[in-house]
Design a protein around this ligand. Sequence first.
Ligand SMILES: [Fe+2]
Length: 198
Amino acid sequence: MRPKPMQEFLDAIISAADYYVTDPNGKESLAKIRAALQTPSKMSDGAGAQLPIRDSLEEVAIPSHFHAPELRHLVETFLRLEPMLNWRRRSGDMSCASANFAEGHANANIVGPGGIEWRTDVWLGVTLLSPNVRYPDHSHPPEETYLVLSNGSFCHGDSEWFEPGIGGTFYNSPGIVHAMRSDSTPLLAFWLLWAGAE
Ligand SMILES: [Fe+2]
């Protein structure tokens, strides 16, 4: 049995992703993630770590601002889970990051290595950027589907910057280089990675 805030959040994000993901590869990845998450894994016993950019979360995660019921419910469940999250700064390669990146971002793994629920097959987490922050170019072996809950721009591979918009989704193939940047408002996005066996 999962703690109630975790189960309610996972139900909400899977159902929002089911609704919003359109890319066939993203749908296929999501089906594996959904099936794997039917089996709960070990919960971490560590306490949460404070979010350093709380003002940005308060500006962007206001349930009543979301007209779509799936997204409003997702934000509500996320806010109930948020005190348990272990917010952290990214380490490693900072290529192309803006100078304000270090103090202008926070990531939290919700499920996966270092997550509240420890597992290796699904990595599910969240990124928050303060206004006018550019995340570094990065890549990882697992495929990834993004669900975006704010304004902000993204790029992957040799694409131009694109704006998925609120409820927008896109798929990153394994190993593709990708990045994101906020505009004059904070950026909030969830990512769902499939790292399990085929
Ligand atoms: Fe990624």
